[in-house]
Design a protein around this ligand. Structure first.
Ligand SMILES: Cc1cc2nc3c(=O)[nH]c(=O)nc-3n(C[C@H](O)[C@H](O)[C@H](O)COP(=O)(O)O)c2cc1C
Length: 181
């Protein structure tokens, strides 16, 4: 029997399976972007939805957060997931579309009430405040944004007894190739 990590197709299928499971479990992933002054930046976000068929992922954020400024300037992102159970590192490069308003009201309506508080902070996220608690939260659908991430490149590292690394690219029609780990 062939194990998933022994073939490129098996590895790619496992990557999307793990990402899908991650979304089902609301896994925390790292989202990397580039700031307007060219600085790399990374933060934790919740993986909300994954569609292996379209190779796309969804994240939610506040439209007034700094990452939106970065993404408007450079709509590219990296998403990182380390699956310790499987010993699999997944890195996805993606083109990001920022969705708001009517296009995301179905997602907004499905956000639990207590979580809606994360969208609608005054002053805006990242603004200086005189004390640590000098802010208010009021759910505001107008600042709710969905980051629709279309994968363009995937790098997978499997740390089994024998380490294996594979790369898959939109440019290469997703056929994939092995890399030295
Ligand atoms: C466990 C955890 C989960 C988080 N989930 C999200 C999330 O889903 N979306 C989000 O915008 N920020 C989330 N945050 C907050 C971000 O890490 C970050 O602090 C915030 O979005 C501001 O980032 P920015 O200034 O780079 O835009 C989360 C933070 C933690 C610690």
């Amino acid at each position: 029997m062939t194990n998933w990590y022994e073939t490129l197709d098996g590895t790619q299928a496992q990557v999307w399976d793990r990402l899908t499971q991650g979304a089902n479990k609301r896994a925390h992933v790292a989202l990397g972007t580039v700031s307007i002054d060219g600085q790399p930046e990374v933060r934790t976000v919740v993986l909300r939805d994954v569609d292996p068929k379209t190779r796309s992922l969804e994240l939610y954020t506040d439209l007034q957060s700094d990452k939106i400024t970065s993404l408007r300037n450079n709509p590219k992102a990296a998403i990182h997931l380390w699956d310790a159970d499987l010993a699999l590192q997944i890195r996805v490069q993606a083109d990001v579309t920022i969705l708001t308003g009517d296009a995301v009201m179905d997602r907004w309506n499905a956000v639990p009430d207590h979580s809606k508080n994360s969208y609608g902070i005054t002053p805006s996220p990242g603004q200086p405040i005189p004390e640590s608690t000098a802010y208010t939260k009021k759910p505001d659908p107008a600042v709710f944004a969905v980051l629709s991430c279309q994968a363009t490149h995937i790098d997978a590292v499997y740390l089994g007894d024998i380490h294996r690394r594979a790369a898959f690219s939109q440019v290469g029609d997703w056929t994939g190739k092995w890399l030295a780990p």
